[in-house]
Design a binder for this molecule. Structure first.
Ligand code: AHG
Ligand code: MN
Ligand code: MN
Length: 371
């Protein structure tokens, strides 16, 4: 197996830190712990049924046994719970974190009293795309790192819930791991996006994808079309124009993908461009969207912007949104910059949508249920 002359993740982080002589190295140590959690999750994922990690997580004993449900009201898979535990265990001890928050936990996780508290906050989706686990399709983990506000004089007290509610633009680092044909870690510390592939024989993430840039030209889009009757007009217009292909207003044919694992779609878009949409829709008026702002949209948004792409609610940049609550949902559109801007444009000009889109009247594949 050729090893070439590649940096390890550790070497990469140390070299990045040398560019900032005042940096303490805490962030690097934190990222290496996150990477360790991801390696442990990758191992569990790779063993699948052999490791007894497939299926729903069951809580309670005897007759009270039932599948557990998280704060989102979603049934937890065994791997959701295991991945969450691994994230907590690999990160709580280090002294670099003031606290953590997870998709799988209703409240933020305080650092146990036996460990020192540090200055960073870690937010994570321990396993994204968990409906794919049992069918052996790519899943991943997503994380973002913030500074605790007023960290210097706050080490004696746990962070408040409000400390976590920072706009995505305040992230100091974000990344995702992908458990696919290879395990990858894709990371940004605010100096571009770098991809690392796990060498399973060394147990090291090796730099394989330096300076990832989201390709600007794209002919691929991703959306769950089963929700089309709930889409708002600007989204319907965008999709209709893609579907119209060469003879439509876009003048080219598009391809469509849907993996049902947002992190895997994000990676495909990092590699070959395209756009991903899980927009706000009218399916459930109590929910602004399907995906979560703090630990899904914000980290992926940070990475997209760092790679020259764009991430948006459809109307506004994701990274500018002031979160109201930890588990807040949001409409999410990201990918190649010009495509996301086009979708934002359609939202800004609803009148133009009506006038210029005859396609979603008679000819649309996705007919509106409103007259
Ligand atoms: P999670 O597994 O963390 O709950 O997130 C799953 C998300 C996301 O990854 C994916 O894009 C979306 O749910 C899939 O939704 P549909 O089932 O509506 O396709
Ligand atoms: Mn998720
Ligand atoms: Mn998840």
């Amino acid at each position: 197996m050729p090893t070439k002359n590649r940096s390890t993740l550790t070497q990469f982080l140390i070299e990045e830190r040398r560019k900032h002589p005042d940096a303490s190295g805490d962030l690097n140590a934190l990222i290496l712990n996150v990477a360790m959690a991801c390696k442990a999750i990758a191992k569990a994922v790779a063993f699948g049924d052999l490791g007894d990690v497939l299926g729903d997580h069951v809580a309670g004993g005897g007759a009270a046994q039932q599948a557990s449900v998280n704060v989102q009201g979603e049934t937890q898979k065994k791997l959701d719970v295991l991945s969450n535990d691994l994230f907590i265990r690999m990160n709580e001890w280090s002294g670099h974190l003031a606290g953590m928050a997870s998709e799988e936990m209703e409240m933020p996780i305080d650092i146990p009293a036996r460990f020192p508290r540090g200055k960073y906050l870690l937010v994570f989706d321990p396993l994204d795309g968990s409906s794919n686990i049992d069918v052996n399709v790519t899943v991943g983990s997503i994380f973002g790192v913030f500074r605790r506000p007023g960290a210097a004089d706050a080490a004696d007290t746990p962070p408040s819930g409000a400390d976590y509610l920072q706009a995505g633009s305040a992230q100091v680092a974000a990344g995702y791991a992908l458990y696919g044909p290879t395990t990858m870690l894709v990371l940004s510390v605010g100096t571009g996006v770098f991809g690392f592939t796990l060498d399973p024989t060394l147990g090291e993430f090796m730099l394989t994808h330096p300076n990832i840039r989201v390709p600007e030209q794209t002919q691929e889009f991703a959306i769950n079309a089963s929700n089309s009757r709930f889409w708002e007009a600007p989204v319907r217009r965008y999709v209709d124009e893609c579907l119209a292909g060469k003879t439509g207003p876009r003048g080219k044919d598009f391809n469509m993908r849907w993996i049902a694992s947002m992190v895997a779609e994000a990676h495909r878009i990092m590699m070959r461009g395209g756009v991903f949409m899980y927009p706000r829709d009218t399916k459930d008026p109590t929910k602004a969207g399907r995906l979560r702002l703090m630990y899904e949209a914000n980290p992926i948004g940070f990475l997209m912007e760092q790679a020259g792409g764009r991430a948006s609610t459809g109307e506004f940049p994701i990274l500018g949104i002031q979160p109201r609550e930890l588990h807040q949902r949001i409409g999410l559109v990201f990918g190649s910059k010009a495509e996301v801007e086009r979708i934002e444009d359609y939202h800004r000009n609803p009148a133009a949508v009506k006038d210029s889109s005859p396609l979603f009247a008679a000819r649309s594949l996705f007919l509106s249920d409103t007259p």
